[in-house]
Design a protein around this ligand. Structure first.
Ligand SMILES: [Mg+2]
Length: 374
């Protein structure tokens, strides 16, 4: 079996107004992402999705599209799609970083291999270690107090038992918002915060201490990307478990986090890490060092959400039972891009047991949503 064609399609889907996201990284109202379609010489098709955001990884929809069409695509034509490690090594040789587009290509290869072998991707990854029904948390934007409080009550009524609140702005506003959410959801549900690198260590320590009565379950990426010492200091000087997210793209980042005792948990997902195989490798490495992992997100559609789900189902150290992750992206968007969308009911996202990723892109619909200026 050989790769015969690699196609890239930039697609635009707006978020539903009530799901507009606001964090220390800015506003997210429209998703301009890249869909990948890889075809083999025996007619099997695989799909991938690159959820590129310039403020997050530095990748843009234009750059990702060009890289897929002009650099990576031509380089892998004729290769055996089953050699996923070989494809990752080749992509890393010809292009630095660009994790999301590499992940989209890799995801499409897993889809092809699964379809060729008649197995869901979680079986290719070693078989299921947990249910295909995945309980997630809801990630709430950094809204002003009244809206945050109203949204928190809605989320409880939808069945969410873990609520994440975006912080990382002005400490007084962040503290007021998180306090209001704790009041709104009552004492029993889990409340976690995510600063997306928005604080320095002093501010993070101040805010976490000020929020002691809110009984935070987790503080996600309180400090700047690349500053391992700051993250380690927050962990030493507070009692809330620290999750590393924005600082951990590649395997070497995870090595540094663990070497420097920076965190209790690492947030992973295939897009950010440059592939399902890389996320799995990081999760297993972290597990050997007693560090749990969970799933993160940057608002995926169904294809990349499916890839996340297969990782969770197959990898023991994706500890979503203790640290529920973000696996809810398709619901934020106006349109679902696949023929049979993943089942997402309240906080539960269910991964298909069909071969490959278990979702089929509606290419006709996708074409009609082609990003107008890409
Ligand atoms: Mg995060």
């Amino acid at each position: 079996m050989k790769i015969s064609r690699v196609e890239s399609l930039p697609v635009r889907i707006p978020l539903k107004p009530e799901f507009h996201m606001k964090s220390a990284l800015g506003q997210h109202q429209v998703s301009d992402y890249v869909l990948i379609r890889i075809t083999t010489d025996d007619g099997i098709e695989g799909a991938g999705e690159a959820t590129v955001m310039v403020r997050w990884s530095g990748e843009t929809v234009w750059g990702a599209h060009a890289l897929a069409e002009r650099v990576i695509g031509p380089a892998i034509i004729g290769d055996d799609p089953r050699d996923i490690d070989g494809a990752l090594a080749k992509m890393n040789r010809i292009a630095a970083k660009n994790w999301f587009i590499k992940s989209a290509i890799e995801m499409a290869l897993w889809d092809i291999v699964g379809k060729a072998e008649g197995k869901p991707v979680y079986d290719l990854l070693g078989g299921p270690v947990r249910s295909r029904d995945i309980r997630g948390r809801f990630s709430m934007g950094a809204y002003e107090v009244e809206r945050a409080s109203r949204r928190a009550k809605e989320l409880v009524s939808w069945g969410f038992t873990t609520i994440k609140v975006k912080v990382g702005g002005k400490p007084a506003d962040d503290i007021a918002r998180v306090t209001a959410v704790r009041e709104a959801i009552g004492p029993d549900l889990e409340l976690v915060i995510d600063a997306n690198c928005g604080w320095d260590a002093d501010t993070a320590i101040h805010c976490i201490h000020a929020l002691e009565d809110c009984r935070l379950g987790l503080v996600e990426q309180p400090t700047t990307n690349g500053d391992y010492a700051a993250l380690a200091r927050v962990r030493r000087e507070t009692n809330v478990p620290v999750m590393a997210d924005d600082i951990c793209f590649d395997y070497v980042d995870a090595e540094e986090l663990i070497r420097n005792d920076c965190c209790d948990v690492i947030s992973l997902y295939p897009g950010k890490n440059g592939g399902i195989a890389v996320s799995k490798r990081i999760a297993e490495f972290a597990g050997r060092h007693g560090v749990a992992c969970s799933i993160g997100s940057n608002l995926e559609w169904d294809v990349a959400t499916a890839a996340m789900g297969h990782l969770i189902v197959a990898v023991e150290n994706m500890k979503i039972e203790t640290y529920p992750g973000d696996i809810y992206g398709p619901v934020y968007h106006e349109t679902r891009i696949v023929l049979e969308p993943l089942k997402i009911a309240g906080p539960i996202t269910t991964i298909s047991d069909r071969p490959g990723l278990g979702v089929e892109v509606d290419w006709e619909l996708a074409q009609s949503l082609r990003c107008p200026d890409c």
